[in-house]
Design a protein around this ligand. Sequence first.
Ligand SMILES: Nc1ncnc2c1ncn2[C@@H]1O[C@H](COP(=O)(O)OP(=O)(O)O)[C@@H](O)[C@H]1O
Ligand SMILES: [Mg+2]
Length: 347
Amino acid sequence: MEIAKELPGLITPTEIYRQLSRYVIGQERAKKAVSIAAYSHVKRVRAKASGVPLSARKTNVMLIGPTGCGKTHLARTLARVLDIPFVVADSTEYTEAGYYGKDVEVMIGELLLCADMDVESAETGIVFVDEIDKIARRSHGAVTGAGSRDIGGEGVQQSLLKLLEGRQIFVPTNVTQHWSKHDFVSVDTTDILFICAGTFSDLHLYGGGSKCVGFNTSDSPSRQGHITEKDLLRYGILAEFLGRVPIQVQMSALDRDELLAILLKPPDSLLREYAELLSLDGVKIDYKKSGLLEIVDRTLSHETGARGMKAVLEEVMSDVLFRGHELAGTTVKVDRRFVRSQLEKTN
Ligand SMILES: Nc1ncnc2c1ncn2[C@@H]1O[C@H](COP(=O)(O)OP(=O)(O)O)[C@@H](O)[C@H]1O
Ligand SMILES: [Mg+2]
């Protein structure tokens, strides 16, 4: 029986992928894996709502890749495409229950807040758990600075496990203030999709040394070894945890062409934003390829991915933005010379 066809408005993996690709450049493998996981997610939720629950397990995802390669961006874009509640949680802010710091239930509380306190909607949302590599089990307490108790590592993984497994949990409804006994609501995490992400940048320190793993920044993307489940276990991610995040996708650092495409292609690209903003002052911006490549190359030398590119672009444009009104009626040509001169001013 093709239940999928009977579920109204079910978006296909190819359609999810197509929509993701408008905003997320490159990272083809990750976009495909996430599209499939999202499709299963929506299918499960819809099937359950129509009274024919699927037995298939949830397909939580782990994104592994260097800083600024689009992990958060991919997850955020996915939530927008699916039009479901989405929160970003930083694992390093959480501790095992009873210790100073947030309990993991707060993540679900924030999701609920994002769903306008609609429990049913929150129960189908996406929680993006960032910096998952920072809560690896540390055999030496000194690493976490937490003494002999590993309250920010294994303990948090254990607490997260219970959310990943799918439980009816009590969530504080008032996440911004101190909890009071009465501000709790029950949320079932069974159908919440978890997307975990981490850089695992020092993975090579935990490896056998024979293989090049992790994202040693001096390596070109092609030299980055493939990270296996075994590597993650050795790094200190619990086996039970990995079992609950069965889809692990490695993302690579964005290359020159991809960074250039990020400037030019997305409908919400920064170049467009600046041009629009300045057109209000009567200033025309003429972006030249030589200028954009200069920005890209500067970004590549910082090794901070697309995130760093925003900072570089901001530096390049800040003077024009500042003097916008004085430049009314003129055209600013953003070519190599202009980019270099602007970057020299601030360095
Ligand atoms: N693959 C990409 N395609 C388009 N934009 C990207 C991509 N990767 C990063 N960006 C841009 O750079 C910013 C920072 O990326 P982010 O997703 O936060 O990186 P990280 O991998 O560290 O989570 C994003 O907000 C987005 O604007
Ligand atoms: Mg991120």
